[in-house]
Design a binder for this molecule. Structure first.
Ligand code: AMP
Length: 213
């Protein structure tokens, strides 16, 4: 199963990707997570990406395309993968199509999540993530049992530097201009499916599973 999750920041792509990973036993490939790790480790890629990420802009195409080309050829991707946050531009989508063709494999479905912008701002401003296991919490809809501590592993919860209102609005703008046009690209390829992104994570997951099975 090879899936692409498409949607604005805060649409729940990361949460759904984690649930799909467990169901299908295929890896989640999040370019955002890979880049955040590169920034944390202060690698050359991280140093190039940081300023774009902090400002809510996309990092240059060549940077993420090279990362993905290598990652989807790794052995754990043999039975499939879930692309979470890639592609985000036309160039990325075209390069991905080329790479998959060379590997003689296809994308099974592109799942687009629909969420309204006010909901996105609310979700992201209240979001925190475990720095150890990546579990996500929200101050009102999914609060941790103990403030600042992960329920699952006891790790410290932290907020992403780009989850502030101004940067969220910028990221929404970037999504509308650069990424939303990809819906047409995949509609033409016949792989686009649209999931209503409201409701609990479990409700959305059921919708997604019904679409892709
Ligand atoms: P995310 O975790 O998916 O919200 O991504 C966080 C940030 O990483 C984005 O705002 C971009 O700066 C960068 N990023 C992640 N994926 C991509 C991509 N496919 N193309 C360009 N920039 C990306």
């Amino acid at each position: 199963m090879r899936l692409i999750l498409l949607g604005p920041p805060g649409a729940g792509k990361g949460t759904q990707a984690k649930m799909l990973t467990q169901k299908f036993n295929i890896p989640q490939i999040s370019t955002g997570d890979i880049l955040r790790k590169a920034v944390k480790d202060d690698t050359e890629i991280g140093q190039r990406a940081k300023q774009f990420m902090d400002g809510g802009c996309l990092v240059p195409d060549d940077l993420v395309i090279d990362l993905i080309k290598e990652r989807i050829r790794e052995p754990d991707c043999q039975n499939g993968f879930i692309l979470d946050g890639f592609p985000r531009t036309n160039v990325q989508a075209e390069k991905l199509t080329e790479t998959l063709k060379a590997m003689n494999v296809d994308i099974d479905a592109v799942v687009e999540f629909r969420v309204n912008p006010e909901e996105v701002v609310n979700r992201l401003t209240g979001r925190s993530t475990c720095s150890e296991c990546g579990a996500m919490f929200h101050e009102t809809s999914r609060p941790p049992k103990q403030a600042g501590i992960c329920d699952h592993c006891g790790g410290a919860l932290s907020k992403r530097p780009d989850d502030n209102k101004d940067t969220i609005l910028k990221r929404l703008d970037v999504f509308k201009n650069e990424t939303e046009p990809l819906k047409d690209f995949y509609r033409k390829q016949g792989t686009l499916k649209t999931a209503e992104g409201s409701g609990t994570a479990e409700e959305i997951f059921d919708r997604v599973c019904a679409m892709i099975s």
